[in-house]
Design a protein around this ligand. Structure first.
Ligand SMILES: Cc1cc2nc3c(=O)[nH]c(=O)nc-3n(C[C@H](O)[C@H](O)[C@H](O)COP(=O)(O)OP(=O)(O)OC[C@H]3O[C@@H](n4cnc5c(N)ncnc54)[C@H](O)[C@@H]3O)c2cc1C
Length: 497
């Protein structure tokens, strides 16, 4: 077994390990400890607790906020080297270590057994944070969230007496630790302890043939990438287009709706980009797949007065599409800020009106500012709201607001735009998408610390209700039980009951 490594500031590697992907967050810990096994995590966590150091864990490093890289953090436990994916015949489930990237997870499951998990689209995201946050992706309309297939979790927790130990918790109804499993189905990372292993097996799976325990991905996809020129869209055309996209999803939202394999991202970049794209995929084996895709494209474009340009239309192996992820926009991605919203129906008129104004602002001509509308619903909506910590189970779309840049001197300018944009779109509900008729709160994997700041959330609805709705009290109880000393905390961490 590889020995743990202790990296301090006098080690050149320190400077490469004090931030994650979002380089606007840079920590100044006393050390980073690289570990390769559960035993090493127990020892590393014990040391940090004994030394009374604020400790965090990092897996894939894709956190949007500063949770693992801020001035208060004194010790970082980096589990990115724990990245194995294998079939565990004792558990009867696939074991995924937290440092495994989604690309590695998909590749190993596909090559070994022809199965997959309905997780995120970015292959460099780490399982560690992604799964705990209730990750979703291109197969989620067909197969639900990644946590809907989570069978068990191994977590290194710290007891009330300060002792670190590993606990395995499963979804079995008679498991006395079931609450710890449940707490890892959508509360977000950095809350209860350090996950050292996830195990996956679909709830409806029977038998012990690994090739039948998780979803089978499509063999081939038909993929489409089209773009609209802003020059061809006036406000009425824009409004029609976004409404059409929402209404198609309203018609195809339920667990038994048609065309659950159709997944689309409408990525509306700021007008200064000149155009914006919509990327769509559908299972090529779906009856009439070509026609369904054409009908979808026609439905979204209907009545807009604009014609779209076809950038790509091809039939590709699913495994090709899952590997070759081109990102949301073609930009250098060094610094960013995100926000999110769940939609229960197509965007209401006041939200559309504000969105149009914000994306066409002349005082912020930034091509890499974007609001993406992403397909949701389907089998995600087959699961009860309290069955997992991921509470939003009747939405049709997920919205991601994002702005990307590289120059640190521009942080304030970009933060200002995204805040003003969000504030304007949700002006009638205190500047946030409160659970209600049209919206249903926010997604913890797109972490946004502004929600906990009254300057940016005047709704009277606390941040935890936006993320977890009625599941928050049970998460608080799990926090009190499993992290009684609040060893793990960040701006959006669960507070004990
Ligand atoms: C480019 C990009 C694309 C994305 N695409 C998607 C997508 O398609 N779908 C989706 O659902 N999300 C997506 N996300 C969001 C992503 O799922 C979250 O940011 C996730 O938390 C990242 O996990 P990580 O391990 O890579 O990050 P990290 O920065 O390592 O961790 C994130 C948080 O989880 C905690 N954590 C990490 N490891 C552990 C562990 N082992 N045990 C306990 N807590 C842990 C950290 O302390 C931190 O609080 C995307 C993010 C980016 C940047």
């Amino acid at each position: 077994m590889t020995e743990p490594l202790l990296i301090r500031p006098d080690d050149a590697r320190y400077w490469g390990l004090i931030s994650g992907s979002n380089t606007r967050w840079v920590g100044s810990p006393d050390y980073i400890r690289l570990v390769w096994s559960t035993e090493q995590v127990v020892a590393a966590l014990q040391q940090a607790v004994d030394d009374d150091l604020r400790v965090v864990v990092r897996s894939g490093g894709h956190c949007d906020e500063d949770f693992t890289a801020n001035g208060k953090v004194r010790a970082v436990i980096d589990v990115s080297g724990m990245d194995t994916v294998h079939y565990d015949s004792v558990m009867g489930a696939f074991a995924v270590a937290p440092g495994a990237t989604l690309g590695r997870v998909y590749s190993t499951l596909y090559k070994g057994w022809g199965v997959t998990l309905p997780g995120g689209t970015c292959p460099t995201v780490g399982a560690g944070g992604h799964v705990a946050g209730g990750g979703y992706g291109a197969l989620s309309r067909l197969h639900g969230l990644i946590v809907d297939h989570l069978y068990a979790v191994e977590v290194v927790v710290v007891d009330a007496d300060g002792r670190a130990r590993a606990v395995v918790a499963t979804r079995e109804p008679d498991d006395p630790h079931r609450d710890l499993w449940w707490a890892h189905t959508g509360a977000g990372g950095g809350n209860f302890g350090i996950v050292t292993r996830y195990w996956f097996r679909s709830p409806e799976a029977v038998g012990d043939d690994p090739a039948r325990l998780l979803p089978t991905p499509p063999a081939e996809l038909i993929v489409s990438d089209i773009s609209w020129s802003w020059d061809e869209l006036d406000e009425a055309g824009f409004t029609r287009l976004v409404t059409n996209f929402g209404e198609w999803h309203e018609r195809h939202a339920g667990p038994d709706a048609d065309h659950l394999s159709l997944y689309s991202q409408l990525k509306i970049q700021h007008r200064s980009a000149g155009s914006f794209r919509m990327s769509t995929q559908i299972d090529a084996a779906e009856p009439d797949a070509e026609h369904t895709l054409d009908a979808f494209l026609a439905a979204v474009g209907a009545g807009t007065g604009a014609t779209y340009t076809v950038n790509d239309r091809s039939r590709v192996p699913w495994f090709y599409a899952v590997r070759e992820w081109f990102g949301f926009v073609e930009a250098a991605v060094a610094r960013w800020k995100v926000k999110s919203a769940y939609m229960r129906r197509a965007l209401p008129a006041p939200q559309l009106d504000a969105l149009y104004r914000q994306l066409t602002r002349e005082d912020y001509p930034h091509p890499y500012a974007m609001v993406a509308l992403v397909s949701y619903g389907g089998r995600i909506n087959a699961v009860a709201t309290d069955a997992t910590a991921a509470a939003q189970r009747d939405s049709i779309l997920k919205l991601m607001y994002v702005t990307l840049w590289t120059d640190p001197a521009e942080d304030e300018r970009h933060d200002r735009w995204i805040r003003e944009c969000f504030d304007a779109v949700y002006a009638t509900t205190g500047g946030v998408p409160v659970p209600g008729e049209a919206t249903d709160g926010c997604f913890i994997n797109y972490a946004d610390a502004d929600l906990a700041d009254p300057a940016h959330n005047s709704s009277g609805i606390p941040w935890h209700r936006l993320y977890f709705k009625d599941n928050y009290p049970a998460l608080q109880a799990a926090k009190a039980k499993w992290d009684p000393r609040e060893v793990f905390s960040h701006n959006l961490s669960i507070r004990p009951a």
